[in-house]
Ligand binder design. Structure first.
Ligand code: FAD
Length: 372
């Protein structure tokens, strides 16, 4: 069978593309290297800018226990704290629950899934894409969307530019039980990184941080780094000494590349983190992945309805993506400089304390308007 569309990767961008194209009547296959449900390294704060849109897809996060998050706190390395309201707010929901809910909606729109299959290679021959997996399966389609996330074997086989860039960030996530307000997102600086805390469903607290790989090497283990480096911030000390971890061991990822990547690699249109990833301190990567998938899937539907040609699809996608997200990526990259350094983060917290309006302006610069 030749599918209309094959989607590689079933995180948020892949699943939203699948739901939109499935409900638009196309034959869609989503190939995902893992299974559902599964935990992912993510801060799990979702900006409300995508809430009306998610509801239009048939998903209400509060029906499965998401927490309403409306306040933001920032602490310097030494524990000086400032607080502001979140202009649009957001919700806290684990990726374990979020992705699985969207997976079920995609199934209800007749999307086919090939789970536990890793796509290794894609070739285009006479306008038909041949998608090959590591286990030797082969599928065919007229269009391929790449939603494979931050870094994948597929990026290597496509020889994408970013794959050879040496990036030194790594990230850790774990759920904890402890004493934390339901409506708060807090971001705590430590030397060389920052750590976000916020509630998700089931009274779990998401603890997720970004740091340099060199720090991990220096301390030798995640546990030691948390105890000796992150715990220099008194708010984080409380987390790692008083709270109860829910996972047996934390999840971690490394070699994270931020910023924009090529949107079209060998005819594969990239979506979500595969197109570009914003620094996590902005708390907006998931909303961008969802919004970007909406932009892409609407254009793909126009192509199959013969309203636009293939070159028009490719050009419009690049144009619309850049218009919507390039400014936010740049704002996020500038903001990243204010974190992790004791002096700079201390100044940022003092500024936010004195002028809380600045915080709202900065948050607006990295976020979009509500998406219907
Ligand atoms: C430390 C950190 C904290 C973050 N915190 C937040 C936050 O609080 N709020 C927020 O909005 N955003 C946050 N983000 C960003 C957010 O996690 C991402 O933007 C979001 O997950 C993007 O979704 P995606 O679908 O593009 O990629 P992913 O969710 O990564 O999904 C990619 C999928 O592709 C699959 N895959 C990969 N390769 C292949 C292959 N070859 N074949 C088949 N399948 C494949 C993977 O298994 C995975 O399921 C954070 C990011 C980081 C790094």
């Amino acid at each position: 069978m030749i599918y209309d569309v094959i989607i590689i990767g079933g995180g948020l961008s892949g699943l939203v593309n699948a739901i939109e194209l499935g409900r638009g009547g196309l034959s869609v296959l989503l190939i995902e290297k893992k299974d559902y449900p599964q935990h992912r390294v993510c801060g799990e704060y979702v900006s409300n800018e995508v809430l009306p849109y998610l509801k239009s897809l048939g998903f209400d996060p509060f029906s499965i226990g998401a927490k309403n998050l409306s306040r933001f706190q920032l602490s310097s390395n030494s524990g000086t704290i400032a607080e502001t309201e979140l202009p649009l707010g957001g919700f806290g929901l684990s990726r374990y629950a979020f992705d699985e809910a969207l997976y079920k909606i995609a199934l209800s729109h007749a999307v086919s899934f090939s789970l536990n299959e890793t796509v290794e290679k894609v070739e285009e021959i006479n306008g038909i894409f041949k998608v090959k997996t590591q286990k030797g399966k082969e599928f065919e389609s007229k269009i391929v969307l790449g939603s494979q996330g931050k870094r994948s074997v597929l990026d290597k086989s496509l020889d994408r530019k970013f794959i050879n860039k040496r990036t030194a960030y790594f990230a850790v996530k774990c759920h904890y039980r402890g004493d934390f307000p339901d409506d708060l997102v807090s971001l705590h600086n430590f030397k060389g990184g920052y750590c976000g805390l916020s509630m998700v469903e089931n009274a779990d607290i998401n603890v997720c941080y970004l740091s340099w790989e060199s720090h991990l090497k220096k301390y030798g283990s995640i546990e030691r780094m948390q105890k000796e480096l992150l715990s220099q911030n008194p708010y984080l000390k409380k987390v790692f000494s008083d709270w109860e971890p829910v996972f047996k061991s934390p999840l971690s990822i490394s070699q994270i590349y931020f910023s924009q990547k090529e949107l079209n690699s060998n005819g594969i249109l990239m979506s979500g983190d595969a197109a570009g990833l914003i620094y996590p301190l902005c708390g907006n990567g998931m909303a961008m992945a969802i919004h970007g998938a909406k932009i892409l899937s609407e254009l793909v539907l126009s192509y199959f309805n013969s309203e636009i040609s293939k070159p028009e699809l490719e050009i419009s996608y690049q144009k619309n993506w850049k218009k919507e997200f390039s400014g936010r990526l740049n704002a996020g990259a500038t903001l990243q400089h204010f974190f992790g350094n004791p002096f700079v983060s201390g100044t940022a917290v003092r500024l936010l304390k004195t002028f809380p309006g600045i915080g709202k302006k900065v948050i607006k610069a990295t976020h979009g308007k509500a998406l219907a």
